[in-house]
Design a protein around this ligand. Structure first.
Ligand code: ADP
Length: 469
């Protein structure tokens, strides 16, 4: 059975209060009883001491005990609920007060004599006798026997005290319980209310409402963190949803263009408008190639996003590798009358996946080539700075507008001008390049001015000479 947090917390608090009350009540009861019985015993001892002193003073060796002395002792015995008995040195009874005020047994002791008490103990608790020497002129003249029932220790005052104490225990327990109940309801409300609100937000999100945010403001750190996390989750999901929609429409758009071109060309051939010439088949091939490249790029991207990127890293000379890449691009640039120049520092070593480096450099250099104007120049430079290799690819091409610049690394992002001119791009090249660079713990940035050209900078950690690999 599932119990709500509010109920669980309330019952928990109540159980804690009740438990504490029982433990505190038990311990204080035991302690007070112990102290109280010690106090009562001390009181009784002082009564007995007083009785002994009184008898010693009143007892006259010749006259034994005067009548007034007997009356005085009788009064004292009555007052203190105590039996006072005086025995001579042979054990003969000189005087006994009897046991006063116990269930009508007054003076029964006088009738029954010493050792009469067994019958009476039943109702009045244990009967105890204490014997003290009766000293007269530093000689033992007899024995004073003081007897009392254990119940007589409990004076009216003592009973009232114990009852008041118990009463105050019960009252304070009830007050503590009510207070605990109110406090537990208050605290459990305070804790459960924001959680209920956050759950409501999460349920709304589950039903597709990704615009809703939790506005819970709690002084409990964990609840505040949970609220922030839920909002962050909503933000991320919303972002992903927008991205998914944009990606689908971008993909549809990118695929539709070559397909439309192919369709219209094939229709023209079927209708006999066009003759099937080599040029026409070449243009078919170009569009199919474009589709192929798009599919390849999409596959690369999905691999990168799923972190399935398997980097086969090795240590190699970056300077030599970049020189080779530039050499491979030379014929393409020459063919279009573009200049491809380089400034490469020697012997810069890195630990990278060589194929991925090729992919990175080809993307950047080919982009520079695509947006070059007549007689344009591309300069590739490599320098080492602060344990980093700095690769720069600058061109004198079309440049990128200020509005486009922050977005060019986003998926499918292409500037309007590049959409207009037939560059054959899909807007995925720089996204893949950036992911590859970052997978090697490097970074990529761009500087560009529309109409003047662009400069892409890649920073890669180098292998320091004494760090052998
Ligand atoms: P594409 O395949 O369209 O070139 P990229 O991701 O490589 O896609 O580039 C994204 C956009 O960045 C391009 O459409 C283009 O507008 C801009 N861009 C990239 N490199 C350059 C450059 N060297 N000169 C001018 N614009 C560039």
């Amino acid at each position: 059975m599932k119990v709500t947090l509010k109920k669980k917390l309330s019952f928990g608090f109540l159980a804690a209060v009740l438990g504490s009350l029982i433990i505190a009540g038990f311990i204080s009861n035991v302690m007070i009883n112990k102290l109280f019985s010690t106090y009562l015993k001390n009181e009784n001892n002082s009564k007995i001491d007083k009785a002994v002193t009184m008898v010693s003073e009143l007892y006259d060796e010749n006259n034994k005990l005067s009548d007034s002395a007997k009356q005085q002792l009788q009064r004292y015995s009555q007052m203190e609920n105590m039996c006072i008995e005086i025995l001579d040195s042979d054990g003969g009874q000189i005087y006994t007060s009897g046991i006063p005020n116990h269930n009508g047994m007054k003076n029964m002791g006088a009738m029954m004599g010493h050792g009469m008490h067994s019958l009476m103990t039943k109702n009045n608790g244990d009967y105890t006798e204490e014997k003290h020497d009766l000293i007269k002129g530093s000689k033992k003249a007899g024995t004073i026997v003081c007897g009392y029932f254990s119940s007589s220790l409990m004076t009216n005052g003592a009973v009232t005290f114990i009852m008041t104490l118990n009463k105050s225990f019960v009252i304070s327990a009830i007050i503590a319980l009510i207070f605990g109940l109110l406090l537990s309801i208050m605290i459990s409300n305070q804790l459960s209310k924001p959680l209920v609100e956050i759950t409501h937000t999460a349920n709304e999100m589950r039903n597709g409402n990704l615009q809703l945010r939790s506005d819970v403001n709690s002084s409990t750190k964990e609840i505040q963190d949970l609220s922030l996390s839920i909002n962050y989750l909503a933000e991320t999901l919303n972002h992903q949803e927008i991205y998914r929609k944009r990606m689908t429409s971008d993909m549809a758009h990118e695929i539709r263009t070559p397909l439309t071109v192919l369709k219209t060309h094939v229709e023209a051939l079927i209708d006999g408008i066009w003759e099937p010439t080599t040029e026409i088949f070449e243009s078919f091939y170009e569009e199919i190639e474009r589709l192929n490249k798009l599919v390849d790029n999409l596959r690369d991207l999905s691999k990168l996003e799923e972190s399935k990127l398997n980097l086969i890293k090795c240590k190699f000379n970056l300077s030599d590798e970049i020189n080779k890449i530039i050499l491979n691009f030379k014929p393409l640039f020459d063919k279009s009358n573009f200049n491809l120049m380089c400034e490469i520092d020697d012997n810069i070593n890195v630990i990278m996946d060589k194929d991925k480096l090729n992919q990175i450099m080809q993307n950047i250099i080919f982009n520079a080539y695509k947006y070059l104007n007549t007689n344009g120049t591309v300069l590739v430079s490599l320098k080492s700075k602060h344990e980093n290799a700095i690769i720069k690819v600058s061109d004198t091409g079309a440049g990128i507008s200020e509005e486009d610049l922050p977005h060019i690394f986003e998926r499918f992002y292409r500037s309007d001008s590049s959409r207009d001119t037939h560059t054959g791009g899909s807007g995925l090249g720089l996204t893949i390049t950036k992911t590859l660079v970052e997978a090697h713990s490097g970074s990529i940035s761009v500087n560009s001015k529309l109409g003047h050209g662009s400069e892409f900078t890649i920073v890669m950690p180098v292998v320091v000479a004494n760090k052998n690999n």
